[in-house]
Design a protein around this ligand. Structure first.
Ligand code: F6R
Length: 242
């Protein structure tokens, strides 16, 4: 596991974007595993800059996202489909039919999960998976639990996650309480993983990467098993490393 402590959010975002840019340059048909939330927004801004400078193209890139809220369709401004269009896809030359996000309005959620995992396999897995991390240690929406689910599944969101994500909604009552999420095994199909974390609220959970323990109560701890993980944090999130 490689750990990089950046000075601030801007430098963290640039370091992460440089990794993704290099992957796209060496493989213009790469499969990018994407995350939503505040953490990767700066990373996506840098990718848009690289595209606008003519350094990279998304023409043949395929993307697959970690998760989506159940009950929101892609036109809903708080859906992760809408978020991805807004922060990345609408600003680059990607073919949207090559961008995959679970359908939060699927009639049959079990079938949606199975076919999403199959889609990930058809793509050959992610060349790189971008991750954020919850203050409770969740990755994707794999919440702390006695048991984790291997592949794409329906997850009940914990109160702390609903609380944290309520900042994107008008009121906490509007935050969906369930989501479709890749499992830890789906995330581990990635050849490489890049996790970004910023701000003081992430400091405690980031400190847990310093020990050698694995626990489903901190789903991100399982990343210690993956052979190619880079964690990039700003000084606030990485304060116990300084
Ligand atoms: C997003 C996701 C979540 C977020 C995490 C951190 O697709 O799966 O695991 O990465 O909740 O969110 P932010 O970056 O908003 O702190």
């Amino acid at each position: 596991m490689k750990i990089i402590i950046a000075n601030d959010y801007e430098q963290m975002s640039l370091e992460a974007a440089n990794i993704i840019t290099d992957i796209i340059k060496s493989n213009p048909k790469a499969v990018l595993g994407l995350a939503t939330g505040s953490s990767p927004i700066g990373l996506y801004e840098n990718l848009i800059k690289e595209y606008k400078s003519g350094n990279i193209s998304f023409k043949d890139i395929k993307t697959i996202n970690l998760d989506e809220y159940i009950g929101l369709d892609g036109d809903h401004p708080k859906s992760y489909r809408y978020f991805m269009d807004d922060v990345l896809f609408n600003h680059v030359d990607i073919d949207k039919s090559n961008t995959f996000i679970p359908n939060g309005k699927a009639q049959n959620l079990e079938e949606e999960c199975t076919s999403y995992e199959r889609k990930l396999d058809e793509l050959g897995g992610q060349d790189v998976q971008i991750l954020g991390i919850g203050t409770n240690g969740h990755i994707g929406f794999n919440e702390p639990s006695e048991e984790l689910v291997l592949y794409t599944h329906v997850e009940n969101l914990q109160d702390s996650t609903i609380q944290a994500n309520s900042r994107f909604f008008k009121s906490i009552e509007e935050v969906p309480t369930t989501a479709i999420s890749m499992g830890i095994g789906s995330i581990f199909k990635a050849k490489q993983i890049v996790l970004v974390a910023s701000g003081p609220k992430k400091a405690e959970i980031m400190a847990s990467f310093q020990n050698n323990n694995l626990t489903p109560q901190i789903p991100a701890s399982l990343l210690k098993l993956h052979p190619n993980v880079t964690i990039i944090m700003d000084k606030e999130a990485g304060k116990y490393y300084l």
